[in-house]
Ligand binder design. Structure first.
Ligand code: EPZ
Length: 420
């Protein structure tokens, strides 16, 4: 297994190019199951989760031909409708194939994804919505078995909770349903917006894109002609590198980024004393005289993203004063805390609320990654810790960060990827 060896770095400089968004790529790859033509996807990030989903599509009989950060997906020969545990257990977002397969073939079996480190991650809202659209759902031996031999029917779906992949799944089901589907309490994340925009551009009329109420005009089960598209920039990768610039108090420029997807993150960094210069596709963070403490509550987009919570926890250790971070989406998303504490961070937990006292000097040591975003928080801490930090189990990082150590090295960090 690989690990990252990080020496404390006085500061970073230069530019970091942001890759395509992992969480936009996953539903858009699943969407290709609805296509009647070969679909060309550009600006695809080179991360493990994308490879996993493309492998799943190949196992189902699709053909994927790869270029650099691009893929052409041909699902015309798709014949399998069962997504097996072997793949789904490694990436719970595989659940995104459930609705496209069901909408296209009238039946589908997908292994229950199981929980993950950050929480139980149920899919009850996906399944309840599908049943309302006429699917018959059974859970058998750890698999979801869904049937809709006569196709799915458009109807009104009201999500009890905002669910990102739940919204994406039902949008894809609705695209081939008979009649209109209205989704109330829909997720508004940019990744869901791009899925709706691509479907809308491909002839599936969707009203309310970017709002909490989506109205999808289904085409009654016909496959869709999907034009080539390019994945939007990864706002969480961008936020992570903004925190790298912040924690080292550096001047750092991100390119190929979409600033408007980062309003809540930029607002919190401004509260902490940082300032920015932005253009349509770049953000430069400027150093501050003093890093101020911050209060953060994670909520659905456009509020502060849970996927940036761990990174801000690392940053808050360098603020002069007490920061408070409340995690409202996942039940177990504080696993980075114990590792940060081992580096000297003063963090106390009370249920879903973490209190971080700063400024504390962190010391390098061996730390263990536990989930994707927690791993990035440990890398950020390693950038400013005294001495050497070895971050183990970085397969978590490789799931969602494209060439992280190369990007940090190019910005002046002392990071090496080594073998255990
Ligand atoms: C997506 O996960 C992202 N993953 C996550 O990013 C992100 O943290 C999360 O949205 C929240 O923004 C992808 O897009 C692939 P949810 P998702 O369904 O869709 C509850 C990363 O680091 N819920 O929006 O699985 C659930 O338990 C990953 O890139 C139900 O109760 O999250 C949670 O409390 C981590 N029943 C809340 O809703 C359901 O059927 C939000 O979950 C579905 C969800």
């Amino acid at each position: 297994m690989d690990y990252l060896k990080i020496q404390g770095t006085p500061s970073l400089s230069g530019t970091i190019k942001i890759s395509g968004a992992k969480n936009a790529s996953l539903p858009l790859i699943a969407m290709c199951i609805l296509a009647k033509n070969k679909v060309k996807i550009n600006n695809l990030p080179d991360v493990v989760d994308i490879k996993t989903l493309l492998k799943l599509l190949s196992n189902l009989g699709s053909e994927c031909s790869f270029g650099v950060n691009e893929v052409v997906i041909d699902t015309s020969m798709m014949h399998e409708t069962k997504a097996t545990y072997e793949i789904v257990k490694t990436m719970r977002a595989s659940i995104l194939v459930l609705c496209p397969i069901l909408a296209r073939f009238g039946h589908c079996e997908v292994s229950l994804p199981g929980g993950c480190a950050i929480g139980q991650r149920p899919i009850d809202l996906h399944l309840k919505a599908l049943e309302k659209m006429g699917a018959v759902i059974e859970i058998k031996a750890g698999y979801v078995e869904a049937k809709a031999p006569k196709g799915l029917k458009g109807c009104e779906i009201i999500f009890d909770k905002i669910t990102v992949t739940g919204t994406a799944n039902i949008v894809m089901a609705a695209a081939l349903a008979d009649g209109v589907t209205t989704i109330v309490n829909a997720a508004r994340e940019p990744e869901v917006v791009q899925l709706c925009e691509i479907l809308n551009d491909s002839g599936i009329t969707i009203e309310g894109i970017g709002t909490a109420v989506l109205k999808i005009q289904g085409n009654g089960g016909k496959l869709i002609d999907i034009q080539p598209f390019s994945i939007i920039p990864d706002r969480i990768e961008a936020g992570t590198y903004l925190c790298a610039g912040a924690i080292t108090n550096s001047e750092l420029t991100l390119t190929d980024v979409e600033p408007k997807h980062l309003d809540a993150v930029l607002a919190k960094l401004e509260e902490m004393g940082f300032s920015f210069t932005t253009t349509s596709n770049t953000i430069t963070i400027h150093p501050t005289d003093e890093i101020k403490p911050v209060k953060i509550i994670t909520q659905e987009y456009p509020a502060f993203p849970t996927d940036m919570q761990a990174q801000f926890m690392a940053l808050a250790t360098q603020a002069n004063g007490t920061s408070v971070i409340e995690e409202r989406l996942f039940e177990n998303r504080f696993m980075h805390v114990s590792e940060l504490q081992r580096m000297g961070a003063e963090i106390s937990l009370n249920g879903h609320i973490a209190t971080v006292n700063g400024k504390t000097e962190l010391s390098g040591t061996d730390v263990m990654a536990t989930d994707l975003r927690a791993s990035s928080a440990l890398v950020l801490a390693g950038l400013i810790a005294k001495g050497e930090t070895d971050v183990h189990r970085i397969y978590h990082l490789d799931r969602g960060y494209d060439a992280l150590e190369m990007k940090l090295k190019n910005a002046g960090a002392n990071v090496q990827r080594l073998k255990e």
